[in-house]
Design a protein around this ligand. Structure first.
Ligand SMILES: [Zn+2]
Ligand SMILES: [Zn+2]
Length: 265
């Protein structure tokens, strides 16, 4: 059975407390278990919720959309990296002339952090993410989105099941056709919807999208399920609950991603 678990769906900075219990305070981290592979999308603080592997397999792949802090902050204390029996393959695109390891080292090295990822006990390989490649039986396809500093949109395909991860992307009119084609017919669309339409007006350059654009993309690409991610740090459970009804009215299976929600593809 192929599943996706929302380990973290908060955007920008983590939040804590009762007001953020349902939709979660941990930043972006998605666990995709497809075809027997463990694939992690982004390494926000949700990575701390990664379940320990029950089958003795300690090999996983981590695909980074980009190296903004909210997508990396879970990495330094990730339990997988503390275990010398673990193997983690980390993929990302080069940006600003920096390869994957150099980008990670910007945050996770002295003086910002005591050690580098390469000094942790696990066997870690950091490499360039190709446009398309395979992880076991899972095909990975990528395109570039619109975000300050760049972002990679990622699609995982296993047989007739697929998940499209469209986070940290401004869904402009110009890019909508490309992203729609990219996500066409996916089983699950995970889409950036940080803002309401009203909020977006004053945040057009921030590199994110809106609830209504996420629904629009879900309908246009024919996604079976849509989960909106990258919740704004000021959006409480009460605010998202109040907006959730509008999503359900427009798409048969669309909601804001909840903390630790498991979705069967
Ligand atoms: Zn982000
Ligand atoms: Zn970002």
């Amino acid at each position: 059975m192929d599943t996706v678990t929302i380990l973290g769906a908060r955007g920008s900075v983590p939040r804590a407390g009762a007001d953020f219990a349902k939709y979660g305070g941990n930043t972006t981290c998605i666990l995709a278990q497809l075809g027997g592979e463990t694939i992690i999308l982004d390494a926000g603080t949700g990575l701390m919720e990664l379940p320990s592997p029950g089958d003795g397999s300690k090999r996983a792949s981590l695909l980074l959309t980009h190296a903004h802090v909210d997508h990396l902050l879970g990495l330094p204390l990730c339990p997988l990296l503390m275990d010398s029996a673990s193997r983690l393959d980390i993929y990302s695109k080069s940006r600003n002339g920096l390869d994957t390891e150099a980008q990670i080292n910007l945050l996770i090295s002295p003086p910002l952090w005591p050690v580098r990822v390469s000094q942790l006990p696990a066997d870690v390989l950091m490499m360039e993410m190709p446009m398309s490649f395979s992880i076991g039986p899972v095909s990975v396809e990528t395109i570039e989105g619109i975000h300050p500093g760049g972002v990679t949109l990622i699609k995982l395909i296993h047989g007739d099941r697929s998940v499209a991860f469209v986070t940290d992307c401004t869904l402009t009119d110009a890019i909508m056709p490309t992203v729609t084609e990219f996500a066409r017919g996916c089983s699950l669309l995970l889409c950036d919807g940080q803002y309401s339409d009203e909020e977006w007006e004053s945040r057009r350059s921030f590199g994110h999208s809106t609830w209504s654009r996420a629904v629009q993309l879900g309908l246009a690409c024919g996604a079976e399920k849509v989960r909106i991610v990258h919740h704004d740090p000021t959006h409480t459970d009460r605010m998202l609950d109040a907006a959730a009804g509008r999503l359900a009215a427009e798409h048969s299976d669309c909601s804001f991603a909840m903390a630790m929600e498991e979705i069967i593809l």
